[in-house]
Design a protein around this ligand. Structure first.
Ligand SMILES: [Zn+2]
Length: 445
């Protein structure tokens, strides 16, 4: 059946003119190359995309001094490092100027960010870039045992990652992707965990893809209830994976787990290999820098800055993702020459707690509540006590007074209880020591 599904994918790609599967071989070949060849490949792509953007794109052209009529030439990596960083706010403010005027907007595919720290932004992707991103996802997913057509379960907070609509086309697409079930993590307690256990036991997925925090709590539940689930391939992403979480999950499932790092802005960024000593960067799709005070650093924590090597529609050059991480020069025992991230340390979300023991991961609140409130530019929700919340809010241009009442209402609805609020109007939400703004915090021990 898997071969049939693979064939269905090939045919569907062919029909759509999608070159995803032909790019998988390119990603695989690069992953087997030595570091010098990988650096040479990246430099060639970097030069190509930067020169294209600075010659033709209105936003990047406006950053140039001197003769705009001349084609832009990127001379060296040092020259590249003089390019100012691209902020999330730039994408929000200059979304039209960042688009390639030579590409018809109607042909583009939109990726909206999840908005874990502020309201979402929209990234426009050209079809070739999407095909290459999918190829990278197909290739790196094989590292954690997932092949197109496998039975997969998602213990996942972001519903848009799962093809959920019910048209004939999306049903065919879901069938071609393989059988899957989606277990939302917006509210978790023992009753829900027991229901999830039964569904997973009956569905028998080969692969479980999860947010670490809900999977950790689910593992604790299985241990407490003395229940076993034989799932051999587990991967986690989207949140920081703590060592204590990894230990517990691996013990309960009796299986090594794989961590990976992806963003909606730039796709699949880095994946843990079978040696489990770091995450290899998707050098086919992105150029990843780790900077401290603007200078590249290795083997110490710095800020992650990303350049998309393919997206001409809306080039992201030196994009400040506001995550922190550690890049190393050490080779990995697995033999891959792809750059190695020792850790991605800056993605922190917290979990709200209810008096009856129900846990509500902050990411779930983000994806449900914040998207509905576009008058709010940024906010931070701090749980002071079970029914007492402090909201720090940065007003957006479209803010109206009734937005606050609606926001309070939706948080109460989300937590299914009456709450008291203290509101602080602030100019900005300042980052933690890690460099990442925490959208949600719970101060209940
Ligand atoms: Zn490795």
């Amino acid at each position: 059946m898997n071969q049939l599904r693979y064939l269905a994918n090939v045919l569907a790609d062919f029909q759509r003119g999608d070159t995803r599967l032909s790019y998988v071989k390119h990603v695989e070949n690069l992953s087997k190359s030595n570091p010098e060849d990988i650096r040479a490949f990246q430099w060639q792509q970097l030069k190509r995309i930067v020169e294209y953007a600075y010659t033709t794109n209105p936003f990047y052209r406006s950053r140039r001094a001197g003769a705009l009529s001349a084609a832009f030439t990127l001379e060296s990596l040092e020259h590249f490092r003089t390019i100012p960083l691209l902020e999330r706010e730039d994408i929000r403010r200059y979304s039209e100027e960042l688009l390639d005027p030579q590409i018809d907007k109607k042909t583009l595919i939109v990726s909206a960010t999840g908005g874990t720290t502020d309201s979402p932004i929209r990234i426009f992707l050209d079809r070739d870039c999407v095909a290459r991103r999918r190829a990278a996802t197909v290739f790196f997913s094989r590292w954690f045992g997932f092949n197109v057509g496998d039975r997969v379960a998602f213990l996942w907070g972001a519903k848009q990652d799962y093809a959920g609509s019910d048209t004939l086309r999306s049903r065919i697409r879901r069938w071609a992707l393989g059988p899957g079930i989606f277990l939302p993590t917006d509210m978790l307690n023992d009753e829900i965990f027991r229901a999830y256990y039964v569904r997973l036991r009956d569905f028998r997925p080969k692969v479980l893809q999860a947010y670490p925090t809900p999977l950790y709590y689910f593992s604790c539940f299985l241990e407490r209830a003395n229940l076993e689930l034989p799932i051999s391939h587990i991967n986690v992403a989207a949140e920081y994976l703590y060592d204590y979480q990894r230990e517990k999950i691996e013990k309960v499932f009796n299986s090594k787990i794989f961590n990976w790092y992806g963003t909606r802005e730039l796709g699949h960024l880095a994946t843990e290999c079978q040696e489990h000593c770091g995450l290899h960067v998707n050098a086919f799709g992105v150029f990843l820098e780790v900077l401290r005070n603007g200078v590249p650093v290795f083997d110490q924590v710095g800020e992650i800055v990303l350049t998309d090597l393919w997206n001409k529609a809306m080039p992201l050059i030196r994009y400040r993702i506001r995550d922190t991480g550690v890049l190393t020069t050490r080779p990995c025992p697995c033999g891959s020459g792809l750059p190695l991230l020792l850790e991605v340390s800056g993605r922190l979300v917290d979990t709200f707690k209810k008096r009856d023991g129900t846990l509500i991961p902050g990411v779930a609140l983000t994806s449900r509540v914040i998207k509905e409130h576009d008058g709010i530019k940024k906010m931070q929700i701090i749980q002071k006590d079970y029914n007492f919340f402090n909201l720090k809010i940065v007003k957006g241009e479209r803010f109206r007074n009734e937005d606050l009442d609606k926001l309070k209402e939706s948080i109460c609805r989300f937590l299914q209880t009456e709450l008291l609020f203290q509101i602080d109007w602030v100019d900005d939400i300042l980052p933690e020591k890690s460099g990442k703004v925490r959208f949600c915090k719970s101060e209940i021990k």
